[in-house]
Design a binder for this molecule. Structure first.
Ligand code: 5GP
Ligand code: ZN
Length: 115
């Protein structure tokens, strides 16, 4: 099966602006930013949606949360704050079927999450 777009980014087959990387996690700037800072945080292992998280790969979610803290500090938004969004499945509008967390920051956001 062909790699998904984010697996291609992981393999550097598609260029991206990386902001964080370790052995199992990658973070890069969203190509169509919805905020001054819009970063996608993903596991390097292909997991299609949140519904595919299980006991075996759950440790990657912990690693992602730790990476998000580091990214927030590096981007200087750990104190000012940020919004974290994970779309899952058709009703959410998930476009890329490789689990990812949107880190949005750099502006005051309204109370409504729905755009
Ligand atoms: P979703 O709607 O699946 O939660 O979000 C997918 C996100 O991936 C979108 O915000 C979209 O702009 C971003 N995206 C799609 N293709 C690419 C790409 O090739 N490079 C980067 N950096 N972001 C992408
Ligand atoms: Zn993938």
């Amino acid at each position: 099966m062909e790699d998904c777009i984010f697996c291609k980014i992981i393999k550097d087959e598609i260029p991206s602006e990386k902001v964080y990387e370790d052995d199992e996690i990658l973070a890069f700037k969203d190509i169509k930013p919805s905020a001054p800072i819009h970063i996608l945080v993903i596991p390097k292992k292909h997991i299609s949606t949140l519904m595919e998280v299980n006991d075996e790969n759950m440790y990657l979610m912990e690693k992602i949360m730790k990476a998000i803290q580091k990214i927030a500090k590096k981007q200087g938004v750990d104190k000012t704050g940020f919004r974290l969004i994970a779309n899952c499945g058709p009703d959410s509008g998930q476009e890329v079927m490789h689990i990812h967390f949107h880190l949005l920051a750099g502006k005051k956001m309204g109370p409504k999450i729905i755009a």
